[in-house]
Design a protein around this ligand. Sequence first.
Ligand code: GLV
Ligand code: GLV
Length: 326
Amino acid sequence: NKPRILVARAVFPHIIELLEQHFEVEHNQADAAWSKADLIARLHGKAGAFTTGGERIDAELLAACPELKICANMAVGYNNFDLPAMTARQVLGTNTPDVLTETTADFGFALLMATARRVTESEHFLRAGKWSKWSYDMFAGSDVHGSTLGILGMGRIGQGIARRGAHGFGMHVIYHNRSRLTPDLEAACKARYVGKDELLAQADHLVLVLPYSAESHHAIGAAELAKMKPTANLINIARGGIVDDAALAKALKEKRIAAAGLDVFEGEPKVHPDLLTVPNVVLTPHIASATVPTRQAMAKLAADNLVGFLVHGKPLTPLNPEVLKG
Ligand code: GLV
Ligand code: GLV
């Protein structure tokens, strides 16, 4: 009698095959958009859920699915989990740290450089047939090398971005975080700890890499944008909701900051309409971890967490390990 699990979104067929060796698997291979009621109905009677970050696991769902023991998120962020409610019901949560760190840091740089050097804006211009002559200031952007890189949120991904900036581009790296790095880590990243106001005031390129929570909601709003340099770029590869998108669109339109690169949005996949009409912003659809090897590694880790916990009692990357003692 294999445990029953639900895979809430489409995922690599080889991962489904791996899961089917251990579980009776119901999967959403058609990738249908399920309402909350659909999700609850499918999850009822299942011991495990393979989630991808879009499925909200809250007290209401947990109460309706008393047999649920684990939700394995195929994402490092887990703001779709009400972790205290899961812990109260003895439901384990897992995420996919480490396997996506370098890939996501690469993308932070891709967005930073595309934004600083106006790559997508100038490509649109060329494709639209508007390139008729060279001119001295055509798509002149800002420099990356030698500039000041500010990082808000200095976890694994933040450190990966700092290392790239310091060692690859000779950037001066400053950061702000809830806690300071150890001197060894600061030295490896060549990063200097500063207060949030100094970070905002000094950064030429400010990259957001902090987890979303009630405390980080609108960590960058009108007041923070007003403290930034008018020449600054803002990059968000963390979560929608960390930036007040309406305030950002207004700041970009009024050229209060130079540009922004955004991979995540409040209420995505919807995007604030004003962001779609300002030219000085690069917009991507939440793809910072999207390389083939990394997405495979994330899916494998989420599957290994389900097998590890439901079959062997040992998950690899538990978020609320206190559940294991219960
Ligand atoms: C993606 O946003 C993730 O949290 O892994
Ligand atoms: C996520 O892995 C982070 O710590 O930045």
